[in-house]
Design a protein around this ligand. Structure first.
Ligand code: NAP
Length: 286
């Protein structure tokens, strides 16, 4: 008999890839969305969100979360099915935004850490095994944040401006590699009860990540670098003119910081093998 998975966030960039991989591996999938979606053989969509949950199956082999971890951890602690394997996505922002200048970013980091602690405590109380997967910056089809924001700004102006010192290291990770990681973690005994950072398979400088992304677009917007003091002045003017919506102030400050994580523990525990950074134009629809 096929195993049954309950998937939260199944419509997002990771979630879509994960649902596809589960079906291909012979699982029956129950997925939740706040938007009505057509079911298909093996996949049943339930309409609802955490604030208005529909009736969900209570006997499942695995529960997977690819949406907001704080909501999921509260639901799981309150009503998670007993005995199911749990694999949930958090974020390395729980560490990288811990000491951010922006109080909202610090609050996000704290919420993510609390949610992770809550998840493990609730799993322990149920005698279930939980795994927390913490991706770095995600890209891929259906991922609209991060590089999607950069692309939107660049397309609007035909040019994207960076400070010359935007050399912080990044490890963008493809959403499908994260889906593969979640599927592998379910059956990996070494993944039980642990959290893993999931960086991408290539470490590159922020400006090179942006340059490679813009280069795949048609037509490719220009990438302009300004000396840091001049960039600071341009940034203040653009903020004042309301032209930087969608680009949080902290994101600019972090362009200079190295945000690097070690894939080795995930590789050892469940064979994590992410691809190098390969953006494609189709990932950034107009
Ligand atoms: N994007 C990144 O760069 C990044 C980096 C590190 C970690 N992460 C983490 O990775 C996971 C997936 O990220 P993502 O960007 O692919 O997805 P996301 O935008 O955070 O959400 C994925 C799905 O979750 C559902 N969802 C969102 N808010 C919800 C709510 N309040 N109640 C119920 N469902 C809700 C949505 O489904 P419906 O609209 O169909 O209901 C959405 O499609 C998240 O845990 C995120 O925090 C993201």
């Amino acid at each position: 008999m096929s195993r049954r998975a309950l998937v939260f966030g199944g419509s997002g960039a990771i979630g879509r890839a994960l649902v596809g991989r589960l079906l291909a591996a012979g699982w029956t999938v129950d997925a939740l969305s706040r938007v009505a979606r057509p079911s298909q053989p093996g996949l049943h969509w339930h309409l609802g969100g955490f604030d208005a949950l529909p009736a969900l199956p209570d006997r499942v082999d695995a529960v997977l979360s690819c949406g907001p971890l704080d909501h999921f951890s509260l639901w799981y602690a309150d009503a998670g099915p007993a005995g199911a394997r749990v694999v949930a996505f958090g974020s390395t922002s729980d560490a990288t935004k811990q000491a951010a200048d922006d109080p909202d970013e610090r609050a996000l980091a704290a919420r993510l850490r609390e949610a992770g602690d809550r998840l493990f405590a609730a799993a322990d109380a149920r005698g279930a095994a939980a795994t927390l997967l913490r991706p770095t910056l995600i890209y891929g089809h259906g991922s609209e944040r991060n590089l999607g924001r950069v692309v939107a700004l660049a397309r609007r102006r035909g040019v994207f401006v960076l400070p010359a010192d935007a050399g912080g290291l990044r490890q963008p990770v493809h959403a499908d590699d994260l889906a593969a990681a979640a599927l592998a973690a379910i059956d990996a005994p070494a993944a039980a009860g642990r959290a893993f950072a999931l960086p991408g398979g290539e470490t590159l400088r922020y400006r090179d990540m942006v340059a490679r992304t813009l280069a795949v677009l048609a037509p490719p917007p220009r990438l302009l670098t300004l000396p840091a003091p001049l960039f600071g002045v341009a940034l203040r003017l653009a903020h004042r003119a309301g032209q930087l919506q969608g680009l949080p102030a902290g994101a600019v400050a972090r362009m200079r910081e190295d945000l690097v994580f070690d894939p080795a523990p995930a590789r050892a525990a469940f064979g994590y093998a992410p691809r190098p950074f390969l953006p494609e134009a189709s990932m950034f629809p107009d």
